[in-house]
Design a protein around this ligand. Structure first.
Ligand SMILES: NC(=O)C1=CN([C@@H]2O[C@H](COP(=O)(O)OP(=O)(O)OC[C@H]3O[C@@H](n4cnc5c(N)ncnc54)[C@H](OP(=O)(O)O)[C@@H]3O)[C@@H](O)[C@H]2O)C=CC1
Ligand SMILES: CC(=O)N[C@@H](CCC(=O)OP(=O)(O)O)C(=O)O
Length: 355
């Protein structure tokens, strides 16, 4: 039986990507897609790529039909999700939140970085963290709670944190990383990462032919990356905006622990073993570097492993699609787990090769 599914914020960049994935999902049936801006407009009129795939029209964010959905994706800005999630969880639904509202464990840290008090402490404490390869047990826990009839919430990881944590977590968890010293992360994002509303920073004339760092030493994803890696006050994160639509490339520099041999092949083998059972994470061999084009519009992540021997530094590069593995398809991967479906259900597609 199909699961009645809603996307709130469906006309945003992440929301439209959710529509694309859900319209081909074998178990989730998209029945509500909200946008106040486009209410009553047929989805396929606004986005002609969906012609022939759906007759559904956008409805407002307070559409009463939302209350009949068993699965609700929140693809709205942070603080909006904080206001929406509790009611759906209370009535027994599975809520998968793509915003930053339920990512940070410590509400004081959330308040510090998002300038808003966290008002849903009980729900925050019970939520699962939505990054399956690193928090599968957490998702299995809420799968059990949902199977027992409870509403549950998944707070999905952010886009930069997903790319960065997939690169850094094995080194931290396998004891390859030193327990001291900075973990330096330089990451590049396409412009869709900034959402669909245009700003001077995301204007074509500004981004075209331009690459620039932003949020230097102040970006809100720093505490989230530190939380996932278990590396408080050690992450030096510098994001950059590149003139591409989609994709994130994150380069993570990790000081090696004193007893660890600076041997890229051996460390690559450990990364391969760490991810051996993960369908979507691929450790590339030494002859090829992760490229954003190789994972574009997919749920896959590509990792490249190298070691700077004299500096005793492990360098892991990680490519994902910010709207795919960094947002919409990862959210669907989490929902697959919570409903007990195959993790790759509806997500088994590849990027277009660059010739
Ligand atoms: N873009 C990305 O790469 C990623 C985004 N995310 C997260 O996903 C969420 C959506 O991001 P994105 O799609 O980029 O954003 P967009 O700005 O492109 O879209 C935002 C959507 O949210 C709706 N919305 C805006 N304000 C409110 C509000 N106050 N209450 C309810 N709905 C509102 C809008 O509705 P309307 O159509 O009526 O204007 C719109 O559909 C954000 O939380 C973001 O942080 C997570 C990972 C990556
Ligand atoms: C290019 C760009 O502006 N990217 C956004 C991050 C993407 C996003 O939407 O943030 P979440 O992953 O936290 O939801 C930023 O730097 O704030």
């Amino acid at each position: 039986m199909a699961i009645k599914t809603a996307v709130v914020g469906a006309a945003g960049f992440a929301g439209v990507e959710l529509i694309r994935v859900l319209l081909r999902h074998p178990h989730f049936e998209l029945v509500v897609a909200t946008s106040n801006e486009l209410a009553e407009t047929p989805i396929a009129q606004e986005y002609p790529c969906f012609v022939g795939a759906t007759d559904l029209a956008f409805s407002t964010h307070d559409d009463p039909a939302l209350a009949e959905c068993d699965l609700v994706f929140l693809a709205v800005p942070h603080t909006a999700a904080l206001a929406m999630a509790p009611a759906h969880v209370k009535r027994g639904a599975v809520v998968v939140d793509l915003s930053a509202d339920f990512r940070l464990e410590d509400p004081a840290v959330y308040e510090q970085w998002y300038n808003t008090p966290h008002t849903e402490l009980e729900l925050l404490a019970k939520r699962a963290f939505g990054l399956p390869e690193l928090f599968r047990d957490d998702l299995a826990r809420v799968q059990g709670e949902h199977a027992a009839g409870q509403g549950v919430l998944v707070g999905c990881a952010g886009c930069y944190p997903t790319a960065t944590a997939l690169a850094g977590a094995p080194a931290m968890r396998l004891g390859l990383a030193s327990s001291e010293g900075a973990i330096v992360v330089d990451a590049i994002s396409g412009v869709t990462g900034a959402g669909k509303k245009c700003s001077p920073r995301t204007h074509y004339c500004f981004d075209n032919e331009n690459v620039e760092a932003y949020g230097v030493a102040t970006h809100r994803h720093t505490p989230e990356i530190e939380q996932i890696l278990g590396a408080k006050d050690r992450v030096v994160f510098t994001p950059h905006l590149a003139p591409t639509n989609r994709g994130i490339l994150s380069t993570v520099n990790i000081p090696l622990a004193s007893g660890i041999k600076p041997d890229a092949s051996a460390i690559r083998a450990q990364y391969e073993e760490f991810y051996w059972d993960d369908y979507f994470v691929h450790v590339l061999n030494e002859r090829v570097q992760p490229r954003t084009s190789s994972v574009a519009a997919t749920n896959h992540a590509h990792l490249g492993i190298a070691v700077n021997e004299p500096a005793r530094t492990l360098i892991v590069t990680s490519a994902i699609d910010n709207l795919g593995k960094g947002a919409a398809s990862q959210a669907v991967q989490c929902a697959n787990i919570v409903f007990g479906f195959a993790e790759s259900a509806g997500l088994d597609y590849l990027a277009i090769p660059v010739i």
